[in-house]
Design a protein around this ligand. Structure first.
Ligand code: AMP
Length: 281
């Protein structure tokens, strides 16, 4: 497994693979890899001959009071895990390599009807940072396919929109959420939780599962269900509930009774740690 730090070097490698008619898959990450990230690599390996994983903690998707500086950076351990999976290449650029003209630069911006709500309402510039860096990574690596986790459901919808509207010739694949044995969705930020918070955290998924059960027996009042789940989460010990919303999975707008598929999206806080989760029905 080779590690590439320079844009030109990873481009040359991928170009060589493409000339040999090999299918190239790509998994963008911010590192601190856990079983969730590794499941994305395995999924990419199923339909691609070569898989590139990028590790880049992208400064432009963090807000001013967020955890950019303290975000866990564990390159040695990440490299080991990727090696064990027989990953073909790691793209590990510096901030200067990614943003040679500084962080204020051309933006890729998906309209606010998808990016201004849910995660976007409490993190106003987050998705501009994500779409810009992913678009750059796509132009740098130029894979055939890219895999993203359904754990960040809104991110997946936003990136699919970007690829469709900018006619980027890359297939986007969504991967299921990997969970701990108690149901908590794996996340690099779970390690910020103290033991008491860690024991409360799985109750978010429990609440979503309970909502899902009730949604199967429709008709139900969505708003009432959301309010009950919010109250339950606060009662269970979460410090704040950013949102619990029953949405249409394509538009991310509130679901209507006629929607055939529904996604329940939720974020609740334990201290300053935001626990994200969702269930697609
Ligand atoms: P991150 O390093 O947190 O930016 O995540 C990189 C990719 O891994 C994103 O596509 C995430 O959606 C995905 N991911 C993170 N956690 C999980 C998980 N528990 N299950 C599946 N995919 C995940």
């Amino acid at each position: 497994m080779q590690v590439f730090n320079q844009v030109q070097a990873i481009r040359d490698q991928v170009s060589e693979w493409k000339q040999a008619r090999l299918k190239v898959g790509f998994v963008p990450t911010m590192g601190n890899l856990h079983a969730g990230h590794l499941s994305l690599v395995r999924l990419a390996q199923k339909s691609c001959d070569k898989v590139v994983v990028s590790i880049f903690v992208n400064p432009t998707q963090f807000g001013p009071n967020e955890d950019f500086d303290s975000y866990p950076r564990t390159f040695e351990a990440d490299q080991q895990k990727l090696q064990e999976l027989a990953t073909d290449a790691v793209f590990y650029p510096s901030v200067e390599e990614m943003y040679p003209n500084g962080l204020k630069q051309t933006l890729v911006q998906v309209p606010a009807d998808l990016t201004g709500l849910l995660e976007g309402s409490s993190r106003p510039e987050h998705f501009d940072g994500v779409t810009t860096v992913v678009c750059k990574l796509f132009n740098m690596v130029q894979p055939h396919k890219a895999v993203f986790g359904q754990k960040d459901f809104q991110q997946l919808v936003v990136l699919k929109k970007m690829v469709a509207e900018l006619a980027i010739p890359i297939e986007i694949i969504g991967a299921p959420i990997e969970r701990d044995s108690d149901g908590l969705a794996l996340s690099s930020r779970n390690q910020y939780l103290n033991p008491e918070q860690r024991s409360i955290a799985p109750k978010l998924y429990e609440s979503l599962q309970e909502m899902a059960q009730q949604l199967i027996n429709r008709p139900v009042n969505f708003a009432e269900l959301e309010n009950k789940a919010t109250a339950r989460l606060l009662h269970e010990g979460f410090d704040k509930v950013d949102y619990v919303k029953v949405c249409n999975p394509a538009t991310l707008r509130p679901a209507s009774e006629d929607d055939k598929t529904i996604v329940i999206l939720a974020v609740a806080r334990l201290g300053s740690t935001r626990i994200l989760d969702n269930i697609l029905l």
